[in-house]
Design a protein around this ligand. Sequence first.
Ligand code: GDP
Ligand code: MN
Ligand code: MN
Length: 250
Amino acid sequence: MEVFAVEGLPEVRSGDDLAALLDEHVDLRDGDVLTVASTVVSKAEGRQADLGEFEPGDRAREIADRIGAITGERKDPRFAQAVIEESEEIVLAAPFILAVTRFGHITVNAGIDRSNVPGGDLLLLPENPTTSAQQLHERLDVPVVVTDTSGRAFRQGQRGVAVGWTGLPACRDWRGEHDREGRELSATVEAVADELAAAANLVTGEGADGLPVAVIREWEFGDHAGHDALFRDQENDLVRQALAEFEYDT
Ligand code: GDP
Ligand code: MN
Ligand code: MN
């Protein structure tokens, strides 16, 4: 397979037709998978916001104060309010905010970015990145993965993850297949949408490169079962359940 970034894309603005922009800058082939950084999807969808738009409620003030007490750096309560408004649930309020977005992705600060945001304070994630991916898919006719850079539990460092996808299953299910010893695999489900997002992130970078879109060429899902259950159900998510009980010890 080959992974390359699409060159020459301009600064994306609110209201831009992202599919048309991409059409101008890349010749897609059958079998390509397109990855698009959520940053530019958000920009095109007008998800820029100013801190001043968020009127902090009691919960936001409490979270900002708690983070301030722990870290010595007071969180802006308006920012806490923005995270609350973008979230279905706050999984952890301090020392940082870990939130479930309205579309089910769990990430720090509900994925609200403060980098690569011209002329505004904040950039919110797309309202529903899978819907955004579907709109690009309808126009460009290749599978689309909308990515974001996200941290991981247990490990240092961030990497690209899929926040929305269409045209391919998010997971490749190896259960029922066999290893080299003939043993049946009973648990292996490979999160291919995340793996593609991580590969794309290697070529798009995080800073000023100006490369929000990558093409993955000649990668095949193969003859496997697939499904879309990338985000764990709350009932099966032991870490999320444990965090709900967690109280940071100051
Ligand atoms: P995120 O991972 O989706 O939060 O996005 P990043 O802020 O990490 O940006 C990913 C890549 O897209 C980097 O190479 C940025 O320089 C680039 N990028 C961000 N916004 C724009 C834009 O409006 N136009 C172009 N051409 N590149 C952008
Ligand atoms: Mn981001
Ligand atoms: Mn990034």
